[in-house]
Design a protein around this ligand. Sequence first.
Ligand SMILES: Nc1ncnc2c1ncn2[C@@H]1O[C@H](COP(=O)(O)OP(=O)(O)OP(=O)(O)O)[C@@H](O)[C@H]1O
Ligand SMILES: [Mg+2]
Length: 252
Amino acid sequence: MSDDTTRPAGAADGTDGVDPVLSLSNVDSGYGEVQVLDDLSIRLDPGEIVCLVGPNGAGKSTVLKTAFGMLTPWTGTVEYHGRDIGGMAPEEIVREGIGYVPQTDNVFGSLTIDENLRMGGVARDGGLEDVIETLYDRFPIIDRKRTAKAKTLSGGQRQVLAFARALVMEPDVLLIDEPSAGLAPNTADDVFEDVQEVNDMDTAILMVEQNVTKGLGISDRGYVLDQGTVRFEGTPEELLNDEEVSQLYLGG
Ligand SMILES: Nc1ncnc2c1ncn2[C@@H]1O[C@H](COP(=O)(O)OP(=O)(O)OP(=O)(O)O)[C@@H](O)[C@H]1O
Ligand SMILES: [Mg+2]
């Protein structure tokens, strides 16, 4: 089903030869008997932000869930630094160095900001205090509210806490599902800046985003998914300027 892509997978921007931090190759996956991903291949190179876009139900969240071990690939491979992690449990994958920020329920509302960060670090062997202080330095908005319950945070602040919570494990890959969902435009802009801030901390990011222009706007590359497979891939400019992508998936 990859005949419709603009170019072969992996030839997007001259990064061939770099070893990806994360790659899904020819993956089929789904829920129970229901297949969602169909021969899907994507890669994330060191330091990149890669954005997955596509219509509702295309399988974007399913890609993240498969990469994070919440679903086991039926066929194909999920590799992290060249090692097959397909079928590993999420709690093992977290220790390997991949973090995941789901779209909803990504913080514990009844716990304080500080408690949320500590929860994020239960699998750490040590150094918890130091990493938490570093994250407070990076994200002053949560530093000022250490003892407040997470449910008192605004939507944007909550998203920052969700990022920080995932970063307590110091992942080098972060999977983020629709960081701007449900946020007002100004707040969404702040969250996209925070995504870039996370990326600046040497974290490669695979992000799903409905806000195609802004999502691709901060990304190095993007993939357009439809019906569980990659239809187009390229740089943000290539995707946003492609007539067919624009007509079919970006509302003209
Ligand atoms: N837990 C589940 N059990 C069964 N089917 C599911 C489950 N979660 C998702 N699906 C189905 O898998 C398909 C892909 O869903 P997925 O959530 O990956 O899409 P998406 O691209 O993230 O969509 P959206 O933009 O709406 O978030 C959809 O048809 C959806 O109904
Ligand atoms: Mg989704």
